[in-house]
Design a protein around this ligand. Structure first.
Ligand SMILES: C[S@@+](CC[C@H](N)C(=O)[O-])C[C@H]1O[C@@H](n2cnc3c(N)ncnc32)[C@H](O)[C@@H]1O
Length: 209
């Protein structure tokens, strides 16, 4: 069995993008403190994030979507080598085609960065009551904040503009509450706004972090 560290090192050596350590610790803390059980992840890569989360608690169930066949196969092998098949369901598919009636306590958007708004709109109806959407790379290596001062390649500029646009749209939507954390590459948390009669702290039985 490969250790998680080996999986991480191999991913880094092969230029497979995975969440930074600080982001991983943040997510683990969030999942523990909010008693998150059902998770949807867009962008499996080689399964590193989903495995580090699933190992927190055998009750945690993760559905994770990846469109690269090679990465999907590697993720499956990694998941199997840790005996996590009952907790992690790897799906080989373009996330834009993924449909489910299930709801999730946490939806982690970590697929194509320029498409975050599309995936947010696509999966918001799969968020359970008081659930959370978590978005990684909202800073994109500092490029988002500094985009007007930087000379960026056309594709990179396009992506960075899309990330900034997405953040602006959700932050200014009165139906949602957002909080940005300067952790790792920048993490954005998004919650639906509920009437005061609904106590999400009671529902998630967690403390806010
Ligand atoms: C940042 S990586 C995911 C890292 C992973 N969440 C982790 O931290 O271990 C993004 C992944 O999304 C995948 N991806 C990109 N576009 C996709 C799409 N339309 N549908 C599914 N997966 C996609 C890429 O192949 C890549 O492996």
């Amino acid at each position: 069995m490969e250790s998680l560290n080996k999986i991480k090192t191999k991913a880094i050596l092969n230029n497979v993008p995975i969440m930074q350590d600080a982001g991983i610790l943040f997510c683990q803390d969030f999942i523990r403190s909010h008693h998150v059980v059902n998770i949807l992840e867009i962008g499996t890569a080689v399964g590193y994030w989903s495995m580090t989360m699933a190992l927190l608690d055998p009750k945690i169930k993760i559905t994770t979507i990846e469109f690269s066949h090679a990465r999907y196969l590697e993720a499956m092998a990694n998941v199997r080598s840790f005996g996590l098949e009952k907790q992690i369901d790897c799906v080989w598919m373009d996330a834009k085609d993924y449909k489910t009636n299930k709801t999730f306590d946490l939806i982690f958007l970590d697929g194509p960065k320029a498409q975050q708004l599309n995936y947010f709109n696509r999966f918001i109806n799969n968020l359970s009551a008081c659930g959370t959407i978590l978005v990684d790379n909202i800073d994109f290596h500092g490029h988002v904040a500094n985009r007007n001062q930087l000379r960026l390649r056309k594709n990179l500029r396009h992506m960075v503009e899309k990330i900034a646009y997405f953040q602006n749209i959700v932050e200014n939507n009165p139906d949602y509450i957002t909080h940005k954390y300067d952790v790792g590459d920048g993490i954005l948390l998004i919650w639906r706004k509920y009437p005061e009669s609904i106590d999400c702290d009671m529902i998630t039985k967690g403390d806010s972090i």
